[in-house]
Design a protein around this ligand. Sequence first.
Ligand code: FMN
Length: 235
Amino acid sequence: MSGREITERALAVHRLLNAQRPGPTRSLPHYRRIPLPDVEPPRDGLVATLARRRSQYAYADRPIELATLSALLRFSMGVQRFVPAYGVDEYPLSMAPSAGGLDILRAYAVIQRAERFDPGVYRYEAVPHELVELSDTDPAETLEQVYLQDEFGQAPVTIALTARLDVAFDKYPLRHYRTLHVDTGIAVQNLCLVGTALGLASCAVAGFDDAAVAHLLGLSENEIPTMLLATGHPA
Ligand SMILES: Cc1cc2nc3c(=O)[nH]c(=O)nc-3n(C[C@H](O)[C@H](O)[C@H](O)COP(=O)(O)O)c2cc1C
């Protein structure tokens, strides 16, 4: 079976599980690339951070600083190392391991309040460590439809994780539909732990409306939202 046929089957399963048809899609233009600064890793030890991490549901109004947002993305989902693989000398592997090391997951920052960023939707590019602005529309109203719980709509930043089914199923059979959710779990735990070490409050959120997220991020049909992380400074 071709990768395209497996992707179609995975999408059929996905829609069945969500009881949702794909909503109207919109492709977002790329406005500009915003480099993120190099930052030092947080110093807290792993076990202390694991012991301190908890889900938090209230966030301060103040913006997330540029260096903090940079560190959150860099140390949870940035490039860890380059290896020869998949026909290239320098294939990037992430801080969050994935099945086959495949570059299936994408991270988006939906920003309401972050230093130096206008409210809008941005896609994280790990290799250059930058955010690509996709939309400069204030996401506040759409976030009300995205989250099934109101409190998360107040979070200054939402990190949205997505999986690219076409990339996954060009290499793997249909059962990889499960593995890409494991990849997502690893990435969201990285985000929670790095966020905790940086003093951020956050919560992994599975309660979201798939079609609303896909619309907000301008996803193509082959890319599915898998997890949100609401984050900001603790209230
Ligand atoms: C994969 C995942 C999805 C979650 N989704 C939600 C959610 O949609 N809404 C919510 O209020 N909490 C959500 N949580 C937070 C859990 O309820 C929380 O982790 C759990 O109650 C344990 O509390 P703790 O994180 O403070 O240790 C989620 C957590 C995980 C790991």
